[in-house]
Ligand binder design. Structure first.
Ligand code: 4EH
Length: 230
């Protein structure tokens, strides 16, 4: 198995690089890719930089250039569902682009012709995530993640995303990564730990909790890798 493990920001993959120990670094398409062996799995680890475009480039590169056959995303997210508190884990059941809007032509939000509003996650990787949660006795929320090229720190925009897509959390990369994996038939799993509530305090909370929440997510991903290896 060749497993891609990606994040958007350096903080999101640093705990993974620390855990794998030795790795080789390859520069390609203006980014760095870290090749490592972990429990007999071949890993390719990378952070994309922020947003849908960079994450599309990185996900595509991980699959097409580095030949990965499974993709796990680890990172942080803003909470929409108020059951989700800072540090909690959410795994996406499906993902949507909340900022994709050609409603002027009668299409629903998040839809373009020949595309789909929601992209569904891989059932087997979801099951693996649930098994890990049970093993660790950690709550794992399953829900809808909304993605857009905006850091949301606005209760009104947050509420609109909640109502329009029934989304539980939001971030800036998941749906684009999901779209790439879906198109290329690569099973994927988008895992996030909450860093803020996408409200007026989001900027401050994000800065405060980025590292600790990114570590929560990365630690969980490592347990998923343990299971995929065995
Ligand atoms: O990769 C981006 C990061 C914020 S932008 C998306 N990530 C974090 C998830 C996220 C998020 N996305 C949208 C956590 N909270 C979010 C929110 N809205 N409220 C960034 C952060 N720091 C420096 C530069 N850019």
């Amino acid at each position: 198995m060749r497993v891609a493990v990606m994040g958007a920001m350096p903080e999101e993959i640093e705990p993974l690089l620390d855990a794998v120990g030795e790795y080789e670094s390859v520069t390609y398409a203006d980014n760095r890719y870290y090749l490592a062996n972990y429990q007999g799995l071949e890993l390719v680890i990378a952070y994309s930089k922020i947003g849908k475009v960079f994450s599309t480039l990185t996900a595509t590169t991980l699959i097409e250039k580095f030949g990965t056959d499974t993709l796990l995303f680890s990172g942080v997210a803003g909470a929409i569902n108020d059951r989700l508190k800072i540090g909690d884990l959410i795994v996406a059941t499906k993902l949507v682009q909340h900022d994709l809007d050609i409603t002027a032509f009668g299409h629903p939000y998040g839809f373009v012709p020949e595309g789909k509003v929601f992209i569904e996650s891989d059932a087997r990787l979801l099951a693996v995530a649930k098994e890990v949660a049970q093993e660790l006795k950690k709550p794992l929320y399953e829900g809808i993640i909304a993605t857009g090229d905006q850091f949301i720190a606005d209760p009104q925009r947050k509420e609109w995303i909640a109502q329009t897509f029934e989304a539980d959390a939001l971030e800036m990369e998941g749906a684009s990564v999901a779209l790439v994996c879906d198109a290329l038939d690569v099973p994927f799993c988008i895992l996030r730990s909450i860093s803020d509530a996408a409200d007026m305090d989001a900027g401050f909370d994000f800065d405060t909790f980025l590292k600790s929440s990114a570590k929560e997510s990365a630690d969980f991903i490592l347990k998923m890798l343990d299971r995929l290896a065995s």
